[in-house]
Design a protein around this ligand. Sequence first.
Ligand SMILES: [Zn+2]
Length: 332
Amino acid sequence: MNCIGCYKKIDKDEYCLSCRKKLFDGKRVSTILDFDKPKAENISLYNEYTKRLSISGVQLKYSLMLVGNKLELTEKNGQYLLKPIPAADHLEMMEDAPENEHLTMQIASQIFNIKTAQNALIYFRDGTPAYITKRFDVKGDGTKYIQEDFAQITNRTKETHGASYKYDGSYLEIGTLIKQYVPAAMVAVENFFKIVLFNYIFSNGDAHLKNFSLIRNQFGELELSPCYDLMSTIIHTPGESDTALNLFDQDYESDYYSTYGHYGRMEFEAFAKKLGIVEIRYLRIIDAFIEKKDVVTKFIANSLLSTDVRQKYADHFLDKVQRILSSPNSPT
Ligand SMILES: [Zn+2]
């Protein structure tokens, strides 16, 4: 069997040692919670013990804390976020949402070395899966690191920019602000570039302003926060646009873009150049997505997605890689 944190082969039905260390301070926490998923009968209990932290579309998050080696719902001092299968009839394949997020986060960290929030799959008592993630803004002593997302940093709110304020702005704007605020700017900008490309290739069309943050580390310096909320959203919202934000501030239309109506290699190279990334570095980042194609497809095949969704997930990934492969390089 496989660990439902990192997919590694293990003998027993539990989290592997490495996942226990990363997620639960080494404690032997069960892969099954000792309470049921939120449903009509116990929703009031949920609401009593938890606060609705945020709603990205329809996804509810519940706050958990580790007491001994048990995870409990909590109102205060939450160390974990739990995301059950969202109840949304208008979205597709929602049963696969927890594993979609878990798989996408694991691919980002294990295959592309992207720093992510620690995460795993976990089950409710009744056997339904949920996604669990450890909060990276909470320190060991319970106090918090200062963190601001890019809607906050750019002062965009519902009041100032309307209901879709999270989707206002561009990735270039975020990248330019990272260069401005983060002392180790070039490392951060290269990572940011890799994440934006990752989101494109894995069909995450919901990487909006609030899904990127700066966090003040233990030395008091700002850095790009670990990634969170990565998933192949196209599985659940097939009609969505490829990206939540445009790459560029103003309309930038290459011949390729105006012909095919989607981004290709040329746009990402132009984007990297605008961020000031040197050619050899951005080419390496782009090419890694092509070189690791087979590793990724094997990883998807080994996931806990349902058979249908596993195929869809892989098809979308291969389709996006093909876009990068078949489109011309940016003129230098
Ligand atoms: Zn593991």
